[in-house]
Design a protein around this ligand. Structure first.
Ligand SMILES: [Zn+2]
Length: 117
């Protein structure tokens, strides 16, 4: 089972969102570590994706940072994806569209990096 497996949650479920961020942060850290251990290695930025505050400014900052990490990973793996910063997570339908696109991209990244557990 991947580190990031609670990838589906209900809009507004704060507890589930906290779990989501933790698992997601650990999976991003796994990507970073695979790059450090690989031969040849590859460098994925090790930004803090665990922390969260419920404010528009914080969310915007997190989304931009997170998108920049995904852009680096896309360059390394060849996986493609939408602009994950282009979303208003406070909008229910945008939230679900983002959730699904983000989940699919993580699945593709795991496959590209050979993460099978
Ligand atoms: Zn991600």
């Amino acid at each position: 089972m991947p580190l990031f497996f609670h990838t589906d949650l209900l809009f507004g479920d704060q507890e589930a969102w906290g779990t989501y961020l933790q698992e997601h942060g650990y999976e991003h850290r796994q990507f970073v570590q695979l790059g450090q251990l690989g031969t040849p290695g590859f460098a994925i930025p090790d930004y803090d994706l665990f922390s969260w505050e419920d404010s528009t400014g914080y969310a915007r900052n997190w989304l931009t940072t997170h998108e920049s990490v995904h852009e680096v990973i896309r360059g390394i793996t060849g996986v493609s994806g939408i602009n994950l910063a282009d979303v208003n997570l406070a909008n229910e339908s945008e939230f679900y569209t983002w959730l699904d696109a983000h989940k699919q991209e993580h699945i593709s990244i795991r496959q590209a990096l050979g993460i099978t557990t």
